[in-house]
Design a protein around this ligand. Structure first.
Ligand code: 4NP
Length: 158
């Protein structure tokens, strides 16, 4: 059996996808689900940066660990390497689909497609220019989606 590889994608890889990375890692550990997780940005503008301090602060307050996370862009090789590529919003879906070879297009999905209220709730809003409420909403949506994602057949070892 091989553990599934999940790539979490947003624009800068400093707010939403590192938060999803930290939350999914912890929930998978708690459920003893063996998955490989990474995160990346469709933009390279924050390459090498640590997650946004507002994301770290909000996440740590809920018990998540952001150590070892640094922004990196999505690479061509990611489309072959990962089993599931989950984007935080439709803009990032469109950009990933534009870059992804035809053989791997089926791997790209909205992260919130696992959310219990999907499709009424479909995108994790970009919190970069928002206040602290934006970062709390990001965490709420990500926690709710991760609770379903870890039970989904797509992430069970195959
Ligand atoms: P993220 O948030 O995509 O959730 O990491 C953003 C981070 C940086 C920028 C926009 C969104 N930016 O414009 O620099």
């Amino acid at each position: 059996m091989r553990s599934q590889k999940v790539l979490l994608v947003c624009l800068g890889n400093i707010c939403r996808s590192p938060t999803a990375h930290a939350v999914l890692k912890q929930k998978a550990l708690q459920q003893q689900l063996n998955i490989e997780i990474d995160s990346a940005g469709t933009s390279a503008s924050h390459r090498g940066d640590r997650p946004d301090s507002r994301s770290i602060e909000a996440g740590i307050a809920r018990g998540y660990n952001f150590s070892g996370l640094y922004s990196r862009p999505v690479f061509e090789q990611d489309f072959a390497d990962f089993d599931l590529i989950l984007a935080m919003d439709n803009e990032n879906i469109a950009e990933l689909k534009r870059r992804c070879p035809p053989d791997h297009q089926h791997k790209i999905k909205l992260f919130l497609s696992f959310h219990p209220e999907y499709p009424s709730v479909a995108e994790v809003p970009d919190p970069y220019y928002s206040g602290s409420k934006g970062f709390e909403l990001v965490l709420d949506l990500i926690e709710q989606s991760c609770d379903k994602l870890i039970m989904a057949p797509e992430v069970q070892p195959k």
